[in-house]
Structures are given as C-alpha cells and as structure tokens.
Design a protein around this ligand. Structure first.
Ligand SMILES: Nc1ncnc2c1ncn2[C@@H]1O[C@H](COP(=O)(O)OP(=O)(O)OP(=O)(O)O)[C@@H](O)[C@H]1O
Ligand SMILES: [Mg+2]
Length: 439
C-alpha cells in the first residue's frame, strides 16, 4: 500500500481511538468513537466539496485547492496534470500559429475544407488566386465560390491522383494548377498555384517545334526534288560523285521523315481532338498486314487475328499512324525467319490491339523510356534502319487522345509484345458485312 494510504489509515485509527478514550472518560465509549468517525467523514466531505467546486470552476482559472494527507496527494497530482496539459496546449497552439503564419504568407493558395464540405480556413493568396476571402467566406460551400463546372466535377469525382488545371476565377489570364489532398476525417486541403508561366513556356515550345518543322519542310522538299532528279540521272554523273549523291539523297529522305514525324507529333499535341468516327479496325489491320508483308519481303511469318465485329470510336488516321508504327517496329526489330502476330480482341478491360514478335527484345531498363522522343535502344542501328526515334512517342500521344494505354512486355532475345488497351466506352460492336479475315 502507498505510504499516504497507510498514514490515512493511522489517522482514522487515532481519531477512533481518541473518540473511544474520550467516550470512556465520559462513560459513553461508542458514542465517542462514532463522534470521531463523523468528524473524519465531515473533514473528507469538505475536501470533496472543494474538489467538486474546483472542477466546476477550473475554466475560470481557479487554483487547485490545498490540503494535507491523502487529499493533499490527490490535489498535488491534479495540479501536476493541469500544468502538463497547459504546457501541451501552449505547444500545440504555438505550432498551429506558426503553421498558420507560414501558410498565410505562402505564394500558393491554401484552403482547408471542413468535414462537411465548408470552408474552414484560407490564406491571403486564396483571395488573389481563387477569390476566396477569409474570414468572410468561412463556412461557405466551395461550389458557391468556384463555379467552373469541370472543377466541380473533378472535386466531386474524388479521384485526386492528378492535379487539375483551370483559369483563375479572379483573373482569366492566370492558369492555376489545383491539387486536392484529403486528410483527417474527410477533411480536405486545397492547394492552388499559378502555373501561367509554365503553361506559356510549354505553349511556346510546342509552337516553336511546329513552326520550325513547318518552315523546314519546303526547302527540304525542293532539295529532295533536285536530289531525286540527280538520282535518276546516275548514269550521267561522274563515278566519283555517284556515292556522294546517293548519300545526300538518303539523308534528305531521312530528314524529311524526321520533319514529318515532328509535325505529326505537334499536331497530336496541339490540335483539338478531331471529330471522332467509328473506325473499322479489322479492315485497317488487314491493310497494315499487307504493308508489313511488303516491308518484310517474305522474311517473317505475319499473322492477323481480328474480331470482325469489333470497331472503335476514334480518328482513323491517328489510329493508322499508331498501329503502323508498332507493326513496322516489329518487322524492323525481328530477324529473318521470326514470327509477327497481330491481334485485335475484346475482353473485360475493353478492346486490345497487340503486336507480338519473336525479335531481339528490349532490356527492362529501356522499357520505361521507349515512348520518350528520340529514345532509341541502339541509336546507330536505329538510324541505319531509317528510324527517327519518334515512332513510339507518336503512339503514346495517339493513345492518350483515345483514352487508351500502351503496355510493353519484352524479354531480351525472346521477343516483345506491344499492347494498346482501349476503354470499353470506345468499343463499338457493329456487325460489318462478312469479310474473310486473313489469318
Ligand atoms: N518490336 C520491337 N522490338 C525491339 N525493340 C523495339 C521494338 N519496338 C521498338 N523498339 C525499340 O524502341 C526504340 C524506339 O522505337 P520508336 O518506334 O520510337 O523509334 P524507331 O523505330 O527507332 O524510329 P521511328 O520513329 O522511325 O519509329 C527503337 O529504336 C528500338 O530500339
Ligand atoms: Mg518505330
């Protein structure tokens, strides 16, 4: 037992013994003992009353009462707890104040949304960028202040893995990148930053590439035309120049391919989505297979398996460009005698076009980079075979515009599978007049 409890025990024994002794002297021993006990209970009730009063009034800053003995110990412990919780509160308040003063001067807008979707706090940048004034707008719903319908859809959709770009409601020339971060019990932190400069630079880059490619096209066509003519007059050329002209012709053709690919890429990046139409993919693939046969010149076994009633909503030209890039790659990167299998099928995920080859394969470290512009595993070989390194970039952009995804599986020395996965929303199950699918 704790010494204080022991002491209290001896206090009770002493009081009762004292009462008993006094009662003995007066001839009423039990009455004396009872009086002693009543005195003890009374003293305890007083301390209990003091504690109760303190508990009721502690918010007004009343001090914990003082006492002796066991009650004194209890009050001392309560005093310690009060002091500790005060210190903790001070620390937390300090932290919140420091956080708020840091967030308040941040150049990005910060808005804290409470559990039920109302504004709890916002910094001063939120006024400039989002038009949210704090404390005036505290308790308001966000949809009453940010009325961009696309943003409302994004905010209510609940998928915040990608940030959202929109014009600032207070200045339409400013582009904002908004990020929503859920935290705590369904609270949300909204961050908005001014990305106008980045968007402008990106726009400038796109325009520059588009203009440069466009400007290069005409002089190149002229040069190529002359070189073509000279190529036709090979017999009349002196022997020493023949090889030079052949190289010039080859390089000019390569440059034309590069410029055309760059133009295609800029168009894919900048042009609004073209009017979408149902594309008869099996027919498109039958044509591509024939082209592949020509390119392969009988060196590969090329097969096509296509679900005849499976069409796709999209742009025919863009899909043709993407699919032909994948098919040409398979032919160019598969050695003589290899097999190339084209498949167009539907499954639970949607519709899939895959090109499988038994070619050289790609080492795993290269796979994540293949869709970057000008990325080539073996630069010298790709150049020699006429590759520009833009093909898979084009594929990626076309697929992006069709809400589709490119999956690459490959094993070095074994072969590769490039699969385009289109969402079910783009699939059209149309009965197309019976056509023999080449196998
Ligand atoms: N089927 C494949 N098998 C092996 N490697 C491949 C295959 N497809 C692509 N690659 C690798 O990926 C690189 C990038 O392909 P991409 O199509 O972007 O460029 P490219 O074929 O070199 O040029 P082009 O712009 O003319 O298509 C290629 O250089 C090649 O190394
Ligand atoms: Mg290619």
């Amino acid at each position: 037992m704790h010494p204080s409890v022991w002491r209290e025990f001896w206090v009770i024994v002493t009081i009762v013994a004292g009462g008993l002794l006094l009662g003995l002297i007066l001839g009423r021993p039990f009455l004396g003992a009872a009086a002693g006990l009543i005195l003890y209970i009374g003293a305890n009730l007083r301390q209990l009353h003091l504690l109760h009063r303190w508990l009721l009034n502690r918010r007004r800053g009343e001090e914990v009462p003082e006492a002796e003995g066991l009650w004194g110990d209890v009050f001392k412990e309560i005093r310690k707890l009060v002091r500790q919780s005060g210190q903790r509160e001070d620390r937390l308040t300090g932290m919140i104040e420091r956080f708020q003063s840091a967030a308040a001067v941040m150049p990005d807008a910060v808005v804290i949304m409470a559990q039920h979707g109302e504004i709890e706090w916002a910094n001063s940048a939120a006024r400039r960028l989002l038009g949210i004034h704090f404390p005036r707008d505290a308790g308001m719903r966000l949809s009453n202040l940010l009325r961009d319908p696309d943003f409302t859809r994004y905010y209510q959709g609940g998928d915040y893995s990608e940030p959202f770009e929109m014009p600032s409601p207070s200045n339409l020339d400013v582009t904002l990148q908004v990020q929503v971060i859920p935290f705590g019990a369904s609270q949300k932190l909204i961050l908005a930053r001014d990305v106008t400069r980045v968007v402008q630079l990106e726009q400038m880059r796109r325009t520059f590439v588009a203009n440069a490619s466009h400007e290069l096209r005409t002089p190149l066509t002229v040069l190529s035309g002359y070189l073509e003519t000279l190529h036709g007059m090979e017999a009349e050329l002196p022997e020493s120049l023949r090889q030079h002209f052949a190289t010039m012709h080859e390089q000019a053709t390569r440059m034309q391919r590069l410029v055309n690919d760059l133009l295609t890429l800029s168009r894919l990046e900048t042009a609004p989505r073209t009017r979408e139409e149902p594309v008869d993919v099996p027919a498109l693939l039958a044509g591509l297979r024939e082209q592949a046969e020509l390119l392969s010149a009988g060196n590969h076994a090329i097969t096509l398996e296509a679900q005849p009633d499976l069409s796709l909503l999209g742009s025919r030209d863009e899909l043709h460009s993407a699919f032909s890039n994948l098919v040409n790659n398979a032919v160019r990167h598969t050695a003589k005698g290899g097999a190339i299998r084209l498949r167009w099928v539907a499954d639970r995920e949607g519709a899939k076009f895959s090109v499988e080859d038994t070619g050289e394969g790609i080492a795993p470290e290269h796979i994540p980079h293949l869709t970057e512009r000008f990325y080539r595993v073996d630069t010298a070989r790709s150049r020699a075979s006429g590759g520009t390194g833009l093909g898979l970039s084009i594929v990626k952009h076309v697929l992006l515009r069709h809400d589709a995804e490119l999956r690459i599986a490959s094993e070095l020395g074994q072969g590769s599978v490039f699969t385009c996965v289109f969402p079910g929303s783009r699939v059209i199950r149309a009965e197309i007049p019976a056509r023999a699918t080449p196998a």
